[in-house]
Design a protein around this ligand. Structure first.
Ligand SMILES: [Zn+2]
Length: 429
C-alpha cells in the first residue's frame, strides 16, 4: 500500500464542491458542458500547492494524513469552484477611453469615433506616451482586481504598441507580472492588432516588420507563447493574417485569431486551415466556419463583454456552436475601449442572459475548457488530483448565484496554489 501524503491544507464543509473533474483530460463539448462533477458536502486536501485528494470528507481523511501543521478550512455550507481561467485579455493599457464611452452609448458609429482619432489608435497613442514603470503599476492593480473577482490564470496580449519598442515594453510588463505573482500569467504577442498610424501608406512594410523584425525579437526574448492577429476589414486581411501566423508558428509561437467579430471574413475557416489554437469573437461566423472549427478542434473563445460594452445586442451564436460540438471557452476581452471589465463572473452572467448558455455551460467555459486554450490543462481549470489548488469560496449556497446575482462580486475568498490571496493587497513597493 502506498504511503499516505501529509496534507498542508484540508478543506471541508462545501455544500457544493464543483470539481469540474472529467474521466479523460479532454475539453468538454456539447452536452458535457453541463456536467460539472459536483460533490455534496465535499472535501479536498492540498500538499505543496497541489490537490492530493478530493471527495467526501470521510474519503479525504482516509486518503491523507494530517500533522500539527495541517491547516483546516471549514467553509460551513459554502460553495467552492475552480479559479477562473481568463484566456483572452488586453490588460496592459494606459487608460480607459471615457470620452468614447459617452459617444458609443449615444449611438455614434465606430467610423466616426475613429475619424475623431478614437478606437485602438487612441490607445496606441496613450500607451506609447506611458513609461513601462507606470504601465506596470496600472496593470498590476488591474490584475489584483481580476484576482479578487476569482481569476487565477490570465492571458494578456500586447497590441497597443505597434512598434518593436512599444510592443516589447508591453510584453515585459506581462513578464514582470508573471514572475512576481502567484497566479499563472500567459503572454500573447498581438503586434498585428492594427496598422499603426505611421504605416498607413505602407501596410506591407508593417507586415514585413512583423514577420522579419518583431516576431523574431519576441521569440528570441521568450516574451510570448502565442501570436494573435486581428483579421478584420480595416485591420488585417485573410492573406496577411495567414502569413503572420505562419511566421509566428515557425518561431515557436502558437496561433490565435481575432476572427469574424464585425464582419464574416472567413476567420474561423482560416483558424482551421493554419491549425490555430483558437478563433476568438466569432459574432459573424458562418455555418461552414463553425463546422470546420469543430472538425479541426479549434477552440471558439466567446467574448460577450465586448457586445455588452460596445453596446450592441449582437452576440456570437453560442448555442449553435455547442450543438455543433465546437470546443468553447468564455473570456473577458478586458480592454480600455469595448469590454471594460475584468470580472469573469460578469462574463458568465452576460453569457447566460444574452447567449442563452446555461449556468453550467458558462462555468465549464470559464474554468475547465479555457485551461486547454492556454495549454495549462494539466495545471489548472478543475479541482483534480495533481492540479494546482486554485479555488474560490463563493458567497451563497449554489454556484448559479455567480450568474444570477450579477453586478456584484460573488467571490468571498480566493486561493492560489493552496494559499489564500490577501484581498486587501493593493501595492507592493
Ligand atoms: Zn481581443
Amino acid at each position: 500500500m502506498s504511503q499516505r501524503l501529509t496534507a498542508d491544507l484540508i478543506v471541508t464543509g462545501a455544500a457544493q464542491l464543483v470539481t469540474m473533474a472529467k474521466s479523460e483530460r479532454v475539453p468538454r463539448i456539447g452536452p458535457e458542458l453541463r456536467e460539472l462533477s459536483i460533490v455534496r458536502d465535499g472535501s479536498f486536501a492540498v500538499a505543496n500547492g497541489r490537490i492530493i485528494a478530493v471527495g467526501s470528507r470521510d474519503h479525504v481523511f482516509a486518503a491523507v494524513s494530517a500533522s500539527a501543521q495541517t491547516r483546516k478550512l471549514d467553509v460551513a455550507g459554502g460553495v467552492i469552484i475552480p479559479g477562473f481561467v481568463d484566456c483572452h485579455t488586453h490588460t496592459v493599457f494606459a487608460e480607459y477611453r471615457l470620452d468614447e464611452y459617452e459617444w458609443r452609448v449615444a449611438g455614434t458609429p465606430y467610423a466616426e469615433i475613429a475619424a475623431r482619432g478614437g478606437g485602438i489608435a487612441k490607445s496606441v497613442e496613450h500607451l506609447r506616451a506611458t513609461p513601462q514603470s507606470t504601465l506596470l503599476e496600472r496593470t498590476r492593480q488591474r490584475v489584483y482586481s481580476a484576482i479578487r473577482h476569482g481569476t487565477t490564470t490570465i492571458e494578456i496580449k500586447s497590441g497597443y504598441g505597434l512598434s518593436l519598442e512599444h510592443e516589447l515594453k508591453q510584453l515585459r510588463v506581462v513578464r514582470q507580472l508573471r514572475d512576481e505573482l502567484p497566479i499563472q500569467v500567459v503572454a500573447t504577442f498581438l503586434g498585428a492588432h492594427a496598422i499603426p498610424p505611421e504605416a498607413r501608406s505602407d501596410r506591407e512594410g508593417y507586415v514585413q516588420a512583423l514577420i522579419h523584425e518583431m516576431i523574431p525579437a519576441v521569440a528570441a526574448e521568450g516574451l510570448a507563447e502565442f501570436n494573435d492577429v486581428f483579421c478584420e476589414v480595416g485591420a488585417f486581411s485573410r492573406e496577411e493574417t495567414e502569413r503572420i501566423l505562419r511566421s509566428g508558428q515557425r518561431a515557436g509561437l502558437k496561433a490565435r485569431i481575432h476572427a469574424d467579430e464585425l464582419t464574416d471574413t472567413g476567420g474561423a475557416e482560416l483558424a482551421a486551415t493554419v491549425g490555430a489554437v483558437s478563433a476568438d469573437h466569432l459574432k459573424k461566423t458562418n455555418d461552414q466556419g463553425i463546422d470546420r472549427m469543430a472538425k479541426a478542434g479549434v477552440f471558439g473563445v466567446l467574448l460577450p463583454g465586448t457586445s455588452f460594452g460596445l453596446p450592441s445586442l449582437d452576440f456570437a451564436p453560442a448555442l449553435k456552436m455547442v450543438e455543433a460540438g465546437v470546443r468553447l471557452a468564455l473570456a473577458s476581452d478586458f480592454n480600455p475601449g469595448s469590454s471594460t471589465s475584468e470580472s469573469m463572473p460578469m462574463m458568465t452572467s452576460i453569457a447566460c442572459s444574452h447567449m442563452r448558455l446555461s449556468p453550467a455551460e458558462a462555468l465549464s467555459m470559464a474554468t475547465y475548457n479555457p485551461a486547454f486554450v492556454l495549454g495549462r490543462e494539466n495545471e489548472v481549470g478543475s479541482i483534480e488530483i495533481g492540479k494546482r489548488a486554485d479555488f474560490l469560496v463563493l458567497d451563497g449556497q449554489d454556484y448559479r448565484e455567480v450568474m444570477n446575482h450579477f453586478g456584484v462580486n460573488p467571490v468571498a475568498r480566493v486561493f492560489v496554489s493552496g494559499r489564500e490571496w490577501d484581498r486587501t493587497e493593493r501595492h507592493r513597493e
